[in-house]
Design a protein around this ligand. Structure first.
Ligand SMILES: CC(C)(COP(=O)(O)OP(=O)(O)OC[C@H]1O[C@@H](n2cnc3c(N)ncnc32)[C@H](O)[C@@H]1OP(=O)(O)O)[C@@H](O)C(=O)NCCC(=O)NCCS
Length: 173
């Protein structure tokens, strides 16, 4: 049975190692990017561990208050435990907690050739919002997918409120 816990900065080496096996070199995040995500970024990373505390997967989530969105930065499951529902469980957890915390939506980018990830996200209700030409390199197109966590009316109400809040307040003469 695998367990989930929040990542710490001393998990850096294990994460970078698994990342190298799960993504091609031109796409994989390196040590400095992961150090930033673990130590400085606003958000959190969930780890999936086996009984011996070996890393089996991770999901990194950033918080973007200005857009009222959570952004999935990275998701990978070790090949030995794929297709057992672990990625779906991690995503269901962040969707559940994102709703409970009042976030407007969750966003991510996925390569058009990544059929397993596309099936995973679409099965959870993520929908394409934007095509990203050459996103992962030449001819490696991608899509931005979004899962709304609140109704369209509520999202629009928040968008208007954000726009109003950014306007400089009118001065009385
Ligand atoms: C994509 C990835 C995270 C899926 O992890 P996983 O734990 O194996 O996925 P799950 O077992 O939770 O699968 C959930 C659903 O996703 C889809 N899916 C997952 N793997 C699939 C595959 N190989 N082929 C087709 N559909 C697949 C299916 O709809 C599946 O539901 P089902 O098993 O009931 O049919 C994993 O393959 C991975 O780490 N890939 C490399 C890194 C990567 O591409 N990350 C995503 C970056 S955007």
């Amino acid at each position: 049975m695998l367990t989930v816990r929040a990542a710490r900065t001393d998990d850096l080496g294990a994460i970078v190692n698994l990342e190298r096996y799960c993504f091609p070199p031109e796409v994989a995040f390196g040590r400095s990017r992961w150090h930033y995500l673990l130590a400085h970024a606003k958000g959190r990373t969930l780890l999936l561990l086996d009984e011996k505390h070996q890393l089996m997967g991770y999901l990194c989530l950033l918080e973007h208050r200005g857009w009222d969105r959570l952004v999935i930065q990275a998701l990978a499951i070790r090949w030995t435990v794929r297709r057992l529902g672990w990625a779906r469980r991690l995503l269901e957890q962040v969707i559940r907690e994102g709703k409970a915390a009042g976030w407007g939506a969750i966003r991510l980018e996925v390569g058009d050739a990544n059929e397993e990830a596309l099936a995973l996200y679409q099965g959870l209700g993520f929908r394409p919002q934007q095509r990203l030409a050459d996103y992962y390199g030449r001819d490696q197109h991608a899509h931005r997918l979004v899962l709304p966590l609140v109704s369209d009316e509520e999202r629009e109400r928040r968008r208007v409120a954000r726009t109003q809040a950014r306007k400089p307040s009118s001065q009385a003469n």
